[in-house]
Design a protein around this ligand. Structure first.
Ligand code: ATP
Length: 210
């Protein structure tokens, strides 16, 4: 099974990395592919360029063979629409291999506003990671979609190439990229929230106002 975990990663931090490792173990895969987005269509412009974010990601996963980097959304340029990305990956994997994308409850809550969202379950499974916050609005399109497509365990994802939704509730570290950028900008230390090598590179390049 191919598992992709997308995000802005601006910058990558231990919250992301811990989740990636938890996912790898809970989904029973050899690797999880981190996929930074180029121009995020649903959020503010990032604080570092794509190349800078990738350089930080490379440093973060350099000694961890279970985490890989998928740069396809950067290479394509322009807005990154998940349906388009999944179609491309599906083309490479062929029709039968399970493909799974991971997102947080907060993102999934707005799923029906995504470009071509109806196509997405025809291309991949979805793992929804529960995050603190209000959760899904009862009766909303994403809540109904989850009801219709929910499976109880990761094993079910191996039985079909796409179409299932699995909710997971792994332990999450209380770290956000916004909090890290705020600390750096105000001259406080973000140390231990992200890998040391990443923090050193941020300082070396003077990113985020460091
Ligand atoms: P920002 O603070 O800039 O919004 P972020 O830290 O939330 O950034 P993103 O790059 O937006 O990071 O997140 C990528 C993915 O990682 C999203 O699916 C998000 O739900 C998830 N994520 C973010 N922070 C954590 C965390 N501390 N633990 C687990 N998952 C996280």
């Amino acid at each position: 099974m191919h598992v992709i975990y997308g995000g802005t990663f601006d910058p990558i931090h231990h919250g992301h990395l811990r989740l990636a490792v938890e996912l790898r173990e809970r989904l029973g895969v050899a690797e999880v592919s981190l996929m930074p987005c180029h121009v995020p269509p649903h959020r503010d412009v990032p604080g570092a360029t794509s190349e800078q974010r990738v350089a930080l990601l490379e440093l973060a996963i350099a000694d961890e063979p279970g985490l890989t980097l998928d740069e396809r959304e950067l290479g394509r340029g322009g807005a990154s629409y998940t349906a388009e990305t999944l179609r491309q990956i599906r083309g490479e994997l062929g029709p039968d291999k399970p493909l799974t994308m991971v997102l947080g409850t907060d993102s999934f809550a707005g799923f029906d506003r995504w470009q071509e969202w109806q196509r997405i379950p025809e291309l991949a499974h979805i793992v929804v990671v529960r995050r603190p916050g209000p959760g899904l609005e009862p009766g909303s399109v994403p809540a109904r979609l989850l009801e219709q497509r929910a499976v109880g365990d990761a094993g079910a994802l191996y039985a079909a190439p796409c179409g299932h939704i699995l909710e997971l509730d792994p332990p999450l570290l209380d770290i956000s990229a916004t909090g890290i950028r705020d600390r750096i900008l105000s001259g406080r230390s973000p140390r231990y929230l992200l890998p040391d090598a990443v923090w050193q590179e941020i300082r070396r390049q003077g990113l985020y106002g460091a």
